[in-house]
Design a binder for this molecule. Structure first.
Ligand SMILES: [Zn+2]
Ligand SMILES: [Zn+2]
Length: 390
C-alpha cells in the first residue's frame, strides 16, 4: 500500500513540528520551486517530490488539518488512508497556483488540462468482513457496489438524443491552450486548460436528461467475489475493470475489496499459524487425557500425555491457515495451562491429603483445615511443598 511508506509531512517540508505558518510558507516556496515539473521536465523523481511537497503543505497550512495530522498522522487527514489509496483528493495545481499565480501546468510533464483523451475510470473501494474460517479456506461473497456506469440514454456522450456536442472553437477540441506567461522564473510558455470548454474539448448544448451531461450515472450492482484461501486481514482483492466507467473511451477503473477478518472466539491467527490456549485440570495433566480441540477444520481429538507441565505447547501439524499460494498450510499451536483446584470440599481435600501422603509429602506445615490463602500470598500450598522437595 502506498500509504504505508508515506513520509512524515514535516519531514517532507524539512521543518520542525512547531514550525510557524511563515516557516511552512518559506519551506514550501523553496521546495516547490526546486522540484516543479516545468523546471525539471521528464524528471519523475522531482515530480513525485513535487506532489509530496504539495500534499504536505496542503495539510500543514490548514490549521484544522494540521491538528488532525498531529493527532492521528496520515490517517487523520487522508480519507483513503488504510484503504490503499494514493494521493486522495489533493489538487496540486491549485495549491501551486495560489502561491505563484496560474499558468503552470501543475505537474506531470504532460499538461494537466489534457482531459480530452481516453481516461481510466476511478477505482472503487469497498470493505468486506469475513470469518476466520472463510479467510482460511476461501469463500464466495456477493457484494453490492455503487459505481459509475456509462449512461445508456446517451451512450456516454452526455448529449441529448439526436444532438451532438460541438467541438470547442477555442481549442479546436484539444482542451488545452498555450499561454505566454511572465513568471518569477522569467517568461515561460505553458499549457493551460481551455477556459471555454474547461478542458473537455467539446461543448454540450443540450445535455442528456438522464445523466445531466456527465455521460455516466451512478448505479448499484451485485458482484460475486472469489476470496482466495489464506487471505489475511488488511489484504485486498482487485477486480480489474469493475470500478467506474472510463471517459472518452478509457478503460474502467478497478474494484478493490479490502478484507477485514472478524475475531474468532477461541482461535488466534498470526500469519498462517493458529494459536489456542487451553486450561486443563491438574488431574488431566498428571494422568493424561483425550481432549477435544477446536481447529479451523472443526473439533479434533488430541491426547495429551501423562505428566504434562503447565505452559507446554503442542503442535498440530497442518491445522493452521492454508498458504495463499495454494500449497501447504501452517500449524496450530496449543498451549496448555493447568488450573489449580479451588473451593475444594472437605472430602476432596482429604483425598488430596491422602495423595500427598502417598507422595511422601505429609505432614503439611499448614493446618489442613485452614482457609485457602489469597493467590499470591499463599506459599505453603501443596505445589510449593512439592517444589521445595526437588
Ligand atoms: Zn476548449
Ligand atoms: Zn446520458
Amino acid at each position: 500500500m502506498a500509504n504505508e511508506t508515506k513520509r512524515d509531512y514535516y519531514e517532507v517540508l524539512g521543518v520542525s513540528k512547531t514550525a510557524s505558518e511563515g516557516d511552512l510558507k518559506k519551506a514550501y516556496r523553496r521546495l516547490a520551486k526546486e522540484n516543479h515539473p516545468d523546471l525539471n521536465p521528464g524528471d519523475k523523481a522531482a515530480e513525485a517530490r513535487f506532489k509530496e511537497i504539495n500534499e504536505a503543505y496542503e495539510v500543514l497550512s490548514d490549521a484544522e488539518k494540521r491538528s488532525k495530522y498531529d493527532q492521528f498522522g496520515h490517517a487523520g487527514v487522508d480519507p483513503n488512508f488504510g484503504a490503499g489509496g494514493g494521493f486522495g483528493g489533493f489538487d496540486m495545481g491549485d495549491i501551486f497556483s495560489s502561491f505563484f499565480g496560474g499558468g503552470f501546468s501543475g505537474f506531470g510533464g504532460e499538461p494537466r488540462a489534457s482531459r480530452t483523451g481516453p481516461r481510466k475510470g476511478a477505482d472503487v473501494r469497498v470493505a468486506e468482513t469475513i470469518t476466520l474460517e472463510e479467510a482460511a479456506f476461501g469463500c464466495k461473497k456477493d457484494i453490492s457496489v455503487s459505481h459509475l456506469e456509462s449512461c445508456s440514454s446517451c451512450k456516454g456522450s452526455g448529449s441529448a438524443e439526436g444532438t451532438t456536442a460541438e467541438v470547442c472553437p477555442n481549442c479546436h477540441g484539444s482542451g488545452t491552450v498555450r499561454v505566454q506567461q511572465r513568471t518569477m522564473f522569467g517568461s515561460m510558455s505553458t499549457t493551460g486548460t481551455c477556459p471555454n470548454c474547461r478542458g473537455e474539448g467539446k461543448i454540450i448544448h443540450q445535455p442528456c436528461k438522464s445523466c445531466g451531461g456527465a455521460g455516466a450515472v451512478r448505479k448499484q450492482k451485485k458482484i460475486t467475489v472469489n476470496i482466495p484461501a489464506g487471505i489475511d486481514e488488511g489484504q485486498a482483492i482487485s477486480l480489474r475493470g469493475q470500478g467506474d466507467v472510463g471517459k472518452n473511451g478509457g478503460v474502467p477503473g478497478d474494484l478493490i475489496v479490502g478484507i477485514n477478518i472478524r475475531p474468532h472466539a477461541e482461535l488466534q491467527r498470526k500469519g498462517n499459524t493458529i494459536y489456542l490456549e487451553r486450561t486443563i485440570s491438574f488431574v488431566q495433566a498428571a494422568l493424561g487425557d483425550e481432549m477435544e480441540i477446536p481447529t479451523l477444520d472443526g473439533k479434533v481429538k488430541y491426547t495429551i500425555p501423562e505428566g504434562t507441565q503447565t505452559g507446554t505447547t503442542f503442535r498440530l501439524r497442518e491445522k493452521g491457515v492454508p498458504n495463499l499460494n495454494g500449497r501447504g498450510r501452517g500449524d496450530q499451536l496449543v498451549t496448555v495451562k493447568i488450573a489449580t483446584p479451588q473451593k475444594l470440599t472437605e472430602e476432596q481435600k482429604e483425598a488430596l491429603r491422602h495423595f500427598g501422603e502417598a507422595m511422601g509429602e505429609l505432614p503439611l506445615t499448614t493446618p489442613p483445615a485452614a482457609e485457602p490463602e489469597a493467590e499470591s500470598g499463599g506459599s505453603k500450598g501443596f505445589f510449593d511443598k512439592k517444589r521445595k522437595k526437588k
